[in-house]
Design a protein around this ligand. Structure first.
Ligand code: GLY
Ligand code: MN
Ligand code: MN
Length: 443
């Protein structure tokens, strides 16, 4: 069966109409589905639909192609897998073109086998072909469909003259979340925050990083999220200083912090939360001092988020706060202004404050418009995730600070007059973390 989703069926049709009306008349847009990826003989990686394709169809089968024809009489056409009794016995349900029209609300549907016959006909009379810049698998097919039209040119057939990127139009739509999308993301944030609480309560020395990962994934699945939005990062001690640490293979040690960066995917929408907490439930003075500095930066940046604020402004503020704090702690030495100008802080804070969040964890959408940082607007969702990482081999820093890595990450939707934190359900104040960890989970 097609997947139950909290995005109403009409919303997918409305998105197709909106994209159609923003395309120039006489253009054709191609949006391919994802394909199964082989892992080894007869085994495939878990299937995850292409986000652009799902955004416009709500259809979660592999090997399909959505075609949008813009103009006076806009049309939506779907190519998908033919129904096949044997294939369905071996591999499962297929919607099939006969049912696609009623189920998905497209105007026409054909079996994939019809593509080479139908596509030149659909392209005939169009001027521009649009598809995503990352959909290079279409290059050869588009060339062959144009070639077959060219052969019929003498019969008066018009061949599309240009190929354009669809990214700008489609990704600008995806950047602004509807009420239904925000509701799904709020739920993904709620489930993910609760999973982080469970991980904190199940943490103790000797537990491995991958066992905490399993706690998170178990909670996600038991609450309707079959897959995480990305592989969890669970880094104990100095592993937290590796930004994309996904080995998650070591046992956690008494006296260390553990950094967990994990989020569930719900109905194709991501959550992305990081918390850093002490393995044994109590922060040391050094861990607490650095943690509270990162928290101060994070809370100040969240406070700034509202319509009109430029994308870059909270990042710049996070740099100021972290640099001032590192100077106070004696980790950086010099004038704040100079340390910012020379980027000396990048040894400790080497990533940006955040990114767009949506169907992809690092979601689509431009950060600049006409070369300038863009202002935040209602409906945008972003992460706020400052961090500090003191490399274990940084001998310029007093030994007591070395090997501490801290990041605190929340998901924030811009509202009409400020913002809403979607991941507020997991504590981040030192006292609240210590209180929660003092109570062991009952599962
Ligand atoms: N989980 C990846 C990130 O925080 O950007
Ligand atoms: Mn993250
Ligand atoms: Mn993130």
């Amino acid at each position: 069966m097609t997947r139950m989703t909290s995005i109403p069926r009409d919303e997918f049709a409305e998105r197709r109409q909106r994209l159609l009306s923003s395309l120039p008349a006489g253009s054709i847009a191609l949006i391919p589905a994802a394909t199964m990826q082989p892992r080894n003989s007869d085994v495939e990686f878990p299937f995850r639909q292409d986000s652009d394709f799902y955004y416009l169809t709500g259809f979660d089968e592999p090997d399909a192609l959505l075609v949008l024809l813009a103009g006076k009489n806009p049309q939506t056409v779907l190519f998908c897998r033919e129904r096949d009794k044997t294939m369905e016995i071996w591999h499962g349900y297929r919607l099939g073109p006969e049912r696609a029209v009623a189920e998905l609300g497209v105007d026409l549907a054909f079996a994939n086998e019809e593509q080479d016959k139908q596509m030149p006909k659909l392209m005939q009379g169009c001027d521009q072909i649009f598809y995503g810049s990352d959909k290079t698998q279409l290059d050869a097919q588009v060339r062959s469909w144009r070639d077959s039209l060219r052969m019929a040119k003498r019969q008066g057939k018009q061949v599309p003259t240009g190929i354009q990127q669809l990214d700008g139009l489609l990704h600008e739509m995806r950047l602004f979340k509807s009420d239904a999308e925000i509701a799904v993301m709020r739920e993904a944030g709620r489930i993910s925050a609760a999973a982080h609480c469970k991980a904190m309560q199940n943490c103790q020395p000797g537990v491995t990083e991958y066992q905490l990962e399993a706690r998170l994934n178990f909670h996600f699945a038991m609450n309707g999220c079959r897959q995480p939005a990305y592989p969890a990062i669970v880094g104990g001690g100095e592993n937290a200083c590796v930004l994309h640490y996904v080995e998650n293979s070591e046992a956690l040690k008494d006296g260390d912090l553990v950094l967990i960066d994990a989020g569930a995917e719900l109905d194709y929408y991501a959550s992305d939360i990081t918390r850093t907490f002490p393995v044994s439930g109590r922060f040391s003075p050094e861990q607490k001092a650095l943690y509270e500095l990162v928290l101060k930066a994070q809370l100040s940046c969240i406070d700034m988020i509202k319509p009109g604020v430029l994308w870059q402004d909270p990042h710049d503020r996070s740099v100021e706060i972290l640099v001032e704090g590192l100077v106070e702690l004696g980790i950086l030495k010099g004038e704040t202004e100079e340390l910012i100008k020379s980027e000396a802080y990048r040894d400790f804070y080497m990533h940006r404050l955040g990114h767009w969040l949506g169907m992809d964890v690092h979601d689509v959408g431009d950060y600049k418009l006409a070369g300038e940082w863009r202002p935040l607007q209602p409906g945008m969702v972003l992460t706020v995730e400052p961090g500090l990482y003191i490399a274990p081999d940084n001998t310029d820093v007093d030994a007591r600070w070395r090997g501490i890595g801290i990041r605190i990450e929340d998901d924030v939707v811009v509202t009409e007059d400020g913002c809403e934190v979607l991941s507020a359900g997991v504590p981040k104040q030192v006292a609240d973390i210590e209180t929660l960890m003092a109570v062991q989970a009952n599962n």
